[in-house]
Design a protein around this ligand. Sequence first.
Ligand code: ACO
Length: 363
Amino acid sequence: MSDGLEGVIAADTVLSEVDGEAGRLVIRGRSLDDLSGHARFEEVAVLLFDGFFENLPDQAAFDAALGAARVQVFEQTRALDSVLNALSPIEAVRALMARLPDGDDLPTALRLLAAPAVFAPAVIRAGQGLAPIAPDAGLTQAADMLRMTKGHTPTPAEAGALDAYLVTVCDHGLNASTFAARVVASTRAGLTSAALAGISALKGPLHGGAPGPIIEMLDQIGRPDQARAWIEAALDRGERLMGFGHRIYRVRDPRADALKRAVRILGEESGALPGRLAFAEAVEQAALDILKARKPDRSLQTNVEFYTALLLESLAFPADAFTCVFATGRMAGWIAHAREQVAGGRLIRPQSRYVGPEPRIAA
Ligand code: ACO
């Protein structure tokens, strides 16, 4: 048995390849560097969906249909009440998503793709005592999500930075949330059920829940010269450093550099951030040095979450809602994987080995 299914190949996919030795991510034949910062989220969604839906429209019609889907799902934000507002943002977004009907067709997929981009801003604003802002179907999903969160149209640099983020995290092989989505899809439960499984797996701190605590770590460290002592103390307490380590990558996660680039570009264009970026780089270097000294046999490198935290912070998303933004990007991958599983895969049903006691023999 392989602990945590490490090394087990559980699906053939045409969607993405994660090469952990080379530190390379390929999405449908395109390298991450070719896509991140160059393609819009809508374009990558079409790239992922191609071949998995009948009559997938051309790009312009897809963009319009996704905008219309945002307007459609906005109705659900009326269900935000004191019960949902008491939940964490990712739990509230998941609860709103659970109100969407199940199905396997393109309209279902578009509603799901639109859902976190609309629900997350509404939940964030509700937490600030503000009313939700209705979508603008004519904007890109990234620009509209920022607009619905902040209440004003973002600058092109801000919208470009969020687009780069959504594209960077859109798909990543058989990660835990995508595997969960494929297991549910394999039962033919429908896309909404598969996406709900994905979002539930994503919220854990070992997967997509890591970036919020990274901001807490940076805030607690406070100054570059305090990084080493803080990190040593955290590891002495048996804690894990959020934003470091990965099941597949033995070298640096290529998404970390894509996002660091996006942070730098945003900082240059807005005139903000250089101090925060330099501080984060100092913390990163201290963490890498200490992890290398403590775990010489296990290559623990920076993962996607470290610069996710910095980028989403600089876009003014609250740290407790970072996972909702992650779900907005990864939704494209969950949907495509669910469709691929249904198209070619059998019911996923592995076996367990019983290691419990034998039944007592009746006297
Ligand atoms: N900080 C400190 N020690 C670590 C870290 C870390 N971030 N990551 C792994 N280790 C240590 C483990 O304690 C373990 O040590 P041990 O063998 O002495 O017990 C060893 O490295 C191997 O760890 P595993 O848990 O077997 O590695 P696995 O491949 O299962 O875990 C994971 C990968 C969950 C990402 C892990 O590195 C981790 O917990 N990182 C912190 C959380 C994080 O950043 N998650 C986001 C990942 S990216 C994503 O999902 C989008």
